[in-house]
Design a protein around this ligand. Structure first.
Ligand SMILES: Cc1cc2nc3c(=O)[nH]c(=O)nc-3n(C[C@H](O)[C@H](O)[C@H](O)COP(=O)(O)OP(=O)(O)OC[C@H]3O[C@@H](n4cnc5c(N)ncnc54)[C@H](O)[C@@H]3O)c2cc1C
Length: 459
């Protein structure tokens, strides 16, 4: 591997600090000691690296890193090779400004740097440090999804490096099966070295901020949410968290609104009125001029959070009070039990689901197109000793949500972008799994892409 003549860099332990920096992930639990980290700078760097890794006996495990935000170890390898796309992070706006082509290692912050200058929007992450690659191939639930659907619904094409080293264009016209599979099937089919997205007109200014309530107000907050949902427009995206904010660390319900087209906070004043009537203990909503600003809103809080983080997530059909209350009780008990895990939180996404339901459920590999929301459990620990407890907690809560949702509505399976790898492929991909297995047989029959929720090729 060291002898390969490529334009990018090949790092090993001997490379010192740059190797250690390249191992770093959003969660310390996601980092593994790779034998080689390859940082390609041109697409042609990748095929010889794949060939060399596969020619070893036994072949080296290959992992692909986009932004490194996923909380599993899917973008890392213990003793294998990581193809780290961080130097492939160019963002190129088309001349007609109708689309933007983003390289597979760019972060959403890199995209917003470009789109904000042009007063354009792309359906992307609410957080700047999330990678475009992993976010998009997993579906991509954005604050703009209420108006424009998911990131995959805004994909026009992608350039993909396949397991056999070919570099192909995937679009509705070329390699259409591959194009179908990467929209929701994750990194199981190749490396998306660039993705072209539709752009949209400016959706700001955004009303963004925080309203917080003591836990005793959970029933009233849930009641207001039920009423608000009946009039919610696609321009309002709220996230609710169960968390223990400093300095008091008491169980709290925190609503984080992002309201689009919110000139002079007019729209947010209207939609937040019933939430304000409950007299939150904290009410700080301010105008943010653009998505770049919105994507940095959580920086201070996240910088202070413990870096041992495990996330699991799942889907749910509605804000059933019995479901949310059951999770609340479990979360309060867990975070009270041990100070090490007090920063663990539960997030409930409240994006208007209307637009994503306009796409038929077999048009992309994404399982769910009936109205739904997603939720995530963030298990955080300040010590190694409590990591397992945090892991067990995330598993128990998402299982509870999935089971209760199946009882109250329907089973929606797991959320690929927030899986840990022990989930069954049929639970993640549902009825689309059979076609995914056929596409896997065609594009990666030897399972070179062996990290993540591995899809078994059809025999
Ligand atoms: C704090 C936080 C908030 C989040 N919020 C949201 C949210 O609002 N909506 C949402 O939809 N998701 C959200 N996510 C989940 C996020 O989308 C996934 O974790 C996603 O995988 C991150 O992408 P990445 O490129 O940074 O990941 P990485 O850790 O680099 O990779 C994750 C997986 O994707 C694969 N991959 C990455 N890039 C490529 C590529 N170019 N080609 C092929 N495979 C690739 C990797 O091999 C790996 O299997 C959030 C995650 C975090 C940590």
């Amino acid at each position: 591997m060291d002898q390969l003549n490529i334009q990018g860099q090949i790092l090993t332990e001997k490379s010192g600090d740059i190797y250690l920096a390249a191992l770093r992930r959003n969660s310390d639990l996601s980092s593994l000691p790779a034998k080689y980290i390859v940082q390609p700078t041109v697409y042609d760097d990748i095929p010889p690296v794949l060939a060399c890794a596969l020619a070893q006996s036994p072949p080296l495990e290959i992992a692909v890193k986009g932004g490194g935000a996923h909380s599993s170890t899917w973008a890392s390898s213990n003793g294998g090779i990581v193809i780290d796309l961080s130097k492939l992070n160019k963002v190129t706006l088309a001349e007609d400004k109708q689309s933007v082509t983003v390289q597979g290692g760019a972060l959403w912050g890199d995209v917003y740097e470009v789109t904000v200058r042009e007063r354009l929007e792309v359906v992307g992450s609410p957080l700047w440090f999330v990678g475009v690659g992993g976010f998009t191939l997993g579906g991509g639930y954005s604050p703009l999804s209420g108006e424009h659907g998911l990131a995959i619904d805004n994909m026009l094409a992608a350039t993909v490096v396949l397991a056999d080293g070919r570099i192909v264009e995937a679009s509705p016209h070329t390699e259409p099966d591959l194009f179908w599979a990467i929209r929701g099937g994750g990194g199981q089919f190749g490396i998306a070295v660039d993705i072209t997205f539709k752009t949209h007109p400016y959706a700001g200014p955004f009303g963004s901020g925080v309203l917080a309530y003591p836990g005793s107000q959970l029933p009233s907050v849930l009641k207001v949410i039920q009423d608000w949902k009946t009039t919610q427009t696609p321009a309002e995206r709220f996230t609710m968290t169960f968390s223990r904010p400093a300095p008091h660390f008491k169980p709290s319900i925190v609503i984080l609104p992002i309201v689009l087209h919110d000139e002079n906070l007019t729209r947010s004043s209207k939609v937040l009125a019933p939430f304000r009537a409950l007299q939150p203990v904290l009410d700080k909503v301010a105008p943010a001029p653009d998505m770049k600003t919105v994507s940095h809103a959580a920086d201070a809080g996240l910088a202070a959070a413990p870096r041992r983080l495990v996330i699991r997530g799942t889907m749910f059909s509605d804000f059933f009070p019995e479901l949310l209350t059951a999770v609340w009780d479990r979360w309060v008990a867990f975070t009270e039990s041990n100070e090490d895990v007090r920063a663990s939180a539960v997030l409930w996404d409240m994006t208007h689901p209307g637009e994503l339901t306009q796409i038929p459920s077999d048009a992309t590999a994404l399982r769910n197109r009936a109205p739904h929301y997603w939720m995530a459990v963030q298990g955080r620990s300040t010590t190694d000793a409590s990591v397992q407890a945090a892991r067990d907690f995330t598993t128990s809560v998402v299982s509870l949500v999935r089971e209760k949702n199946a009882e109250l509505a329907t089973d929606l399976g797991w959320f690929l972008s927030m899986c840990q790898g022990d989930e069954k492929a049929e639970d993640v991909f549902g009825a689309n799994l059979a076609r995914l297995r056929d596409v896997k047989a065609r594009y990666d029959p030897k399972k070179v892409w062996s990290k993540g929720i591995v899809i078994e090729p059809t025999l």
